[in-house]
Ligand binder design. Structure first.
Ligand SMILES: [Zn+2]
Length: 257
């Protein structure tokens, strides 16, 4: 498990997670592990915290091509997923915030937390996290699932969208459902959340009870949507996704009624 405490600057080695510049993750050895013991770490390595009480860092290596992070997320534990998500997000943030967004001078990475500081104007920048809602709309036992044009053929999933500035999370659930499928929802209840590092989403999962069954899709973000009964589901997202967990949780709950 990742302990989120920054190792002091005097620590020079420990576990190392290696990423390629597209976010692929290097296998550490033949048994499928992803962390290697490296001392000293490469100079560009970013400290992440402690993994099993040993300091852990991430490095990005140019010119490599390793298995994509999504493939790893399908196989590893939730603790390892958290480590991968953290590593992907902080390395991209450091790459994309080298210069101050206010005055244009070079930023300096602080050692004790994930922060970039502009010595010229004092602006401090933290890793961006983009909150999103993801919601399973239900009507009795049935589930409303939809297809985005970006999905693999035949796949259906729950509805999702970014929360807008100034908007409450529950309001975003109601707005997204109305925009994407034209359905009014009644009770909305929180399920759980999941980091989704593509590139920096925080998915907040909800169940939403539909007030009516009539669907009106927008035709852009959603190309098809339909009601599905638990015993007749289409192709679904991978099991590690919160979308699939929403669907399986509802399926389990209505099966025992
Ligand atoms: Zn500045």
């Amino acid at each position: 498990m990742l302990r989120r405490e920054m190792p002091p600057a005097t620590v020079s080695g420990g576990w190392l997670l290696r990423l390629d510049s597209a976010g692929g993750v290097a296998p550490a050895d033949d048994d499928g592990a992803m962390l290697s013991r490296v001392d000293p770490w490469p100079e560009s390595a970013m400290r992440l915290g402690y993994w099993s009480e040993v300091p852990v860092a991430v490095s990005v290596e140019e010119g490599q091509e390793w298995p994509p992070a999504r493939e790893w997320l399908a196989q590893v534990s939730s603790a390892e997923s958290e480590l991968i998500a953290t590593a992907l997000q902080v390395t991209r943030w450091a790459r994309d915030h080298r210069f101050c967004g206010r005055c244009g001078h070079a930023m300096r990475r602080l050692g004790h937390e994930f922060a970039m500081h502009c010595d010229h104007c004092g602006l401090r920048s933290y890793p961006r996290i983009s909150p999103c809602i993801i919601t399973l709309v239900t009507h009795g036992k049935d589930m409303l699932l939809a297809r985005s044009p970006r999905f693999p053929p035949q796949r259906y999933s729950t509805l999702a969208g970014f929360i807008e500035p100034g908007e409450a999370v529950e309001a975003a659930v109601r707005r997204e459902v109305m925009e994407e499928v034209g359905v009014d929802v009644g009770r909305v209840s929180f399920f759980k959340s999941q980091s989704w590092p593509f590139p920096h989403s925080l998915m907040m999962g909800f169940f939403a009870e539909a007030a009516s069954r009539r669907i009106r899709i927008d035709g852009e973000e959603i190309v098809d949507a339909a009601w599905f009964s638990p015993d007749n589901l289409p192709q679904l997202p991978p099991v590690y996704s919160i979308s699939r967990q929403l669907i399986e949780t509802h399926r389990g709950a209505v099966a025992v009624r």
